[in-house]
Design a protein around this ligand. Structure first.
Ligand SMILES: Nc1ncnc2c1ncn2[C@@H]1O[C@H](COP(=O)(O)OP(=O)(O)OP(=O)(O)O)[C@@H](O)[C@H]1O
Ligand SMILES: [Mg+2]
Length: 257
């Protein structure tokens, strides 16, 4: 598969994990919104063909991409600085996909190749769970600058994060770091910190795999409610999570990649 030249598109970062439901889409959304709020021009590409959730999380479900005079797709604007392309804009709502690998790859290829992103500082790509067709297609289609791997601290997730790290190493994509999501929760009654799924497991894995650890995101009911209602807003975000995302942006901003 020939690589697609993405002119005027700056840093391309894939958000991946070996496992489902670790918070990739939530993290991609938070990262994209936070970068955009800092004045960066951001594209968010959702290549989860089976469960594209980014439009829901940004409150832009059901919107349509435009087409320009050269028949190129125009992303949906979620914020003045944030353009979104999701496979969900290309599929009928509630359409279950029974497509096999090559068809999925074609849909992703179409989303990447036929979109007019304009000029971007960052392109964040939210991947489906696992290390399957979609992520492989992505690495074959685009020169990625790096990957951020999002995991939760349970043993099963830790195993799968390790697989994702190894996959990125195999395809020569720099692992920018690991993020531990759902690290802990604060009891709303007594304010005690509860390590629901274990403690520090992703940080430990980062050490073992010799990749950076980027930070911990707690379980946060408001974040889940905002995502479910359709529309994560930075204004309503737990300040701790806001700080973690901003620290991650600083951290990756200091890297040459
Ligand atoms: N830190 C958090 N606190 C509370 N809820 C969260 C947090 N992170 C994610 N969630 C919720 O967990 C669910 C799964 O998150 P999300 O969809 O981002 O995971 P995912 O890794 O993208 O899943 P998939 O593998 O299916 O693509 C969502 O309902 C989301 O709102
Ligand atoms: Mg997802």
């Amino acid at each position: 598969m020939n690589k697609i030249e993405l002119k005027n598109v700056g840093k391309r970062i894939a958000v991946v994990s070996g496992k489902g439901g670790t918070g990739k889409s939530t993290f991609s959304t938070l990262l994209a919104l936070s970068l955009a709020a800092k004045g960066e021009r951001v594209g968010l590409l959702d290549i989860d063909v089976h469960g594209p959730n980014i439009p829901l999380m940004l409150g832009i479900e059901g919107k349509n991409m435009g087409v320009d005079s050269n028949k190129r797709l125009l992303p949906v604007k979620a914020e003045p600085n944030l353009k979104v392309v999701s496979t969900s804009f290309m599929l009928k709502k509630d359409q279950a996909l029974i497509w096999r690998g090559p068809l999925k790859s074609n849909l992703i290829k179409q989303a990447v190749e036929q979109t007019d992103w304009g000029s971007l500082d960052f392109l964040i790509v939210d991947n489906p769970p696992g290390t399957g067709d979609e992520t492989i297609t992505l690495t074959q289609l685009i020169d990625l600058n790096g990957a951020i791997i999002v995991g939760t601290p349970q043993t099963a997730s830790v195993y799968d994060v390790r697989k994702a790290v190894n996959m990125m190493k195999t395809v020569n994509v720099q692992v920018l770091g690991l993020v531990e999501n759902m690290s802990y929760c604060i009891c709303p009654h007594c304010k005690e910190k509860i390590d629901l799924f274990g403690k520090g497991r992703i940080k430990q894995l980062a050490k073992e795999e010799k990749v950076p650890f980027l930070g911990e995101i707690p379980i946060d009911i408001k974040l889940r409610e905002m995502a479910d209602k359709g529309g994560i807003k930075l204004n309503n975000l737990n300040p701790k999570i806001k700080k973690t995302i901003n620290d991650i942006i600083k951290n990756i901003g200091n890297k040459s990649f």
